[in-house]
Ligand binder design. Structure first.
Ligand SMILES: [Zn+2]
Length: 165
């Protein structure tokens, strides 16, 4: 069971375990604004309502320029599992400027890629292939990124939650 954490300005900030959320609430750092019906948490001093959504009491400032760690899964998700070159279903990622030629493992240099394009392109650049990227690869926006990935709390938000706690 996960709890959505809203910043004091109501923008979604992170998804945390309900235990983590309860600790924030019990320390008066956050208020429950939506609870899970008929499923209280049994704990010492409890039972407590199981929080579905909490809002922080204090506004936490989050710099938007913060780097989101780049992962293979993250690149595929950012690109909706579509090949950056042909738009077909992608299962691999491609270094736009090949690593063998100094290309970085960065959001800006990685795109989702179908097996076929990846094999054909090999260690050449899109220019050499006369290929065009369907979009300019960028680091995903931290906020929407965290909201979309609801299955876990993104470690890059931890320091901000710690600020609130
Ligand atoms: Zn392709």
């Amino acid at each position: 069971m996960r709890t959505l954490v809203l910043n004091a300005g109501y923008e979604p900030l992170a998804v945390v375990s309900f235990k983590r959320a309860l600790v924030l609430v019990m320390n008066h750092k956050a208020t429950v604004i939506e609870r899970v019906e008929d499923d209280p948490v049994r704990a010492s001093g409890g039972p407590y309502d199981r929080p579905a959504v909490i809002i922080l009491s204090r506004y936490v400032r989050v710099p938007m320029s913060r780097r989101v760690p780049v992962t293979r899964r993250g690149v595929l998700r950012r690109d909706n599992h579509r090949c950056g070159y042909c738009g077909k279903a992608a299962s691999t990622i491609d270094h736009v400027l090949p690593r063998s030629r100094g290309g970085a493992d960065s959001w800006e240099n990685l795109v989702a890629c179908c097996l076929r394009c990846n094999n054909v392109k090999s260690d050449r650049t899109p220019q050499e292939m006369h290929w065009e990227l369907r979009f300019t690869p960028r680091q995903p926006n931290g906020n929407s990124w965290t909201v979309r990935g609801t299955e876990r709390s993104d470690p890059c938000w931890e320091p901000y939650l710690a600020l609130a706690a």
